[in-house]
Design a protein around this ligand. Structure first.
Ligand SMILES: C[S@@+](CC[C@H](N)C(=O)[O-])C[C@H]1O[C@@H](n2cnc3c(N)ncnc32)[C@H](O)[C@@H]1O
Length: 257
């Protein structure tokens, strides 16, 4: 994926992610990284303090890369995997079958519409910047309310998103964009940038930690933990590449509300 200055009309997530070359690229399904499995394990531990973790949703699952790791951490759980792109859903179903993974359903859904798919989940996993592909502030709010609606009280989320100030080159770019937004010379949120793949472009939102915390709190989450991958690296002693996009790792608990 590349950043682009092109002015063509951004695509919707479903169209962007249904391109053959996207599905092909993701079909390699490399293993999850250590920080990702650590994050899921932390969210499981937090949910386990209020009940057994038996029901899990994996949202924006693509071709299913995270499913073997979720299954390894929770051998007995019922897993529902969702993606907005039908070709991704098909590739994910094939992957689940090839891997012999059981008790996993795969379906097509947009994150903002997920609340009709149950209310009793113990854990929801969104790896690899899924929330960043949700394009408007209103839809980001709807998405978090939908995740809240899926969970039992005490259920948790494990989320990875990108931030604007994670790397010096991005911090400079977003600083300039922020200024243009303040002067009403650029449209959209100051955290938005365009990404391109094949013939499509779409908006991709980088979350400031304060913005994300506020959104989560307003959507009924508590015990919110947000830290960067660099902080995780310092805490655990595991090195990360110096060019890492240094995403935010997030866990939060659905409150009683
Ligand atoms: C970067 S891929 C990540 C796939 C997988 N989670 C992984 O880590 O390999 C992003 C996925 O999110 C899905 N996606 C994007 N917007 C979505 C939305 N609004 N609702 C559900 N899925 C969405 C895309 O179709 C794509 O498969």
């Amino acid at each position: 994926m590349q950043q682009t200055l092109g002015m063509d009309q951004p695509s919707a997530a479903e169209e962007f992610w249904s391109q053959d070359s996207q599905v092909e690229a993701f079909s390699k399904n490399s293993d999850v990284l250590l920080y990702e499995s650590d994050l899921i394990a932390e969210a499981i531990a937090a949910a386990s303090t209020t009940g057994e973790v038996k029901e899990v949703h994996a949202v924006g699952v693509g071709t299913g890369r995270e499913l073997p790791a979720v299954r390894a951490l929770l051998p007995e759980a019922k897993i529902s995997a969702w993606d907005v792109s039908e070709p991704m859903v098909q590739a994910c179903s094939a992957f689940v079958q090839d891997q012999g993974l059981t008790n996993i359903s795969v379906g097509q859904a947009d994150i903002v519409d997920l609340s009709s798919h149950g209310t009793n989940a113990d854990l929801v996993v969104l790896l690899n910047a899924i929330l960043c592909y949700v394009n408007t502030p209103q839809d980001r709010r709807r998405a978090l309310l939908a995740l809240h609606g899926l969970l039992r009280s005490g259920g948790t989320i494990a989320v990875v998103v990108h931030q604007p100030n994670s790397r010096p080159d991005w911090a400079m770019w977003f600083g300039f964009r922020s200024l243009l937004c303040r002067l009403s010379l650029a449209e959209g949120s100051s955290g938005d940038r365009r990404i391109s793949h094949g013939d499509s472009t779409m908006l991709f939102h980088h979350f400031r930690p304060t913005e994300l915390r506020r959104l989560l709190t307003e959507s009924g989450f508590e015990h919110i933990r947000i830290r960067s991958l660099r902080t995780w690296s310092r805490e655990t002693g595991h090195r990360i590449p110096w060019r890492s996009p240094n995403p935010l790792m997030v866990t939060a608990v659905r409150s009683q509300r």
